[in-house]
Design a protein around this ligand. Sequence first.
Ligand code: BG6
Length: 490
Amino acid sequence: MNENGPRDADVSAFEPPEPHVIVLFGATGDLARRKLLPGLLHLERAGQLADCRIVGTSLEERTSAEFRNFAREACEDFGRDEFDEENWRNFERRLTYVSQAAGPAGPAGLSTAVAEAEASIGQPARRLHYLSVPPKAATPVIQMLGEAGLVGRSRIVMEKPFGTDLASARALNEKVHQVFPEERVFRIDHFLGKEAAQNILALRFANGLFEPIWNRNHIDHIQIDVPETLSVDGRGKFYDATGAFRDMVVTHLLQILGFVAMEPPVALEPQSITEEKNKVFRSLQPILPEHVVRGRYEGYRDEDGVSSDSKTETFIAIKASIDNWRWSGVPFYLRTGKQMAEGARIISIAFRPPPKSMFPADSGVGQYGPDHLTFDLDESSRISLSFYGKRPGAGMQLDKASLQFSLSDAGKEGDTLRAYERLIRDAMGGDHTLFTTADGIERLWAASAPMLEDPPDVQIYDRGSWGPKDIHDLIQPYRWRLPFERRWRD
Ligand code: BG6
């Protein structure tokens, strides 16, 4: 980030991709409707689809015309730009659909649909298979791609969760590797596609200011806090089989922790970044049940698709540790949950107080907690640095002040790609930088084993609260940073 704004996701920085056929599995599902189809429409508008066809497929019986209607509604409801007829017409002509319902289609039907899409491009195209399907459907889809002869010239994008524990993640990775080598697998974690997540790397490694203090000598503790006001919103069946840990922590929160805690990579390229992130995961200490609080919001068991004796957590808070030279003794607190008081995505770095204070106790020193560097992973990609300063006037009273920066200050907000857009575009270009690897994922499942094998009981929390009361004991002697004492400035 500099005064010219964040260039990394500036769409003009991308070369147009090679011709592509994107095969969208789960094309009529929730993610496709909310994020993937509107995201692809935005890539159209940004001139990033070039010669591309999109073959939608799912278990639902639909014609291509019906699928286009579905996609149009999805884009109207969830698109980020004002709906534009001309943009839509350009996009719509790329879309076809083939059903995977029992019947005539099957692998042969898919293979024909892809061949037709390729023929309409008129030159050899790459294939990007996007698996927006539940975990247990991933292996059959991969096998089917083999049977349909659709592995050549292909990359595959896989949605989380990647397995449900170490054994299942290993088994899944093995099955995937029987068909696709690791370099053609893109495990997507949309948090890493967020502009603000990449800004962590920029801030840490493009400046001489922060890196010298980015360690146990100067940092007291770190919080990665992602409360959500959402309920399970029509995703009860998926969520009840998944829970907050698998839905959010082992994926998004720990991946962000990887960016916050990694050593400087040798270069800004996929292999170096992955190596450093995976080293952090190797140093992550086993997550012990006594360092975990699990919660369930009042009334969760009455949600559609949720079992009436569900033991699934809708909230989780964890104290994690990284046992290496940089981070030994610095606790990392992670928290996320549904139906909480506020929605936020905050990373908060708390700095140690000065070794000795010359300010009298009644001056206000330390009264508002430690100095913090705070990242907001929201679209506005805000950063704040808070510190004590002198209150203007007589005497020496101290107040907490902050320096704040937001993407809108750079005047570049409109140029950026949203997480899914960015990541689809990266996968089309074969860029692994923001994707996760089989090794990294397996390591995270290994560290999670003690908690998964003996999970603490779920405690009930009120809707609209900050979680079960035990979260305060978990973070002692510190305090949760949220709710903020002071709001972000507009
Ligand atoms: C998804 C989870 O991966 O991330 C959802 O499945 C969660 O449960 C969502 O709500 C949060 O993502 P974002 O980008 O809206 O913060």
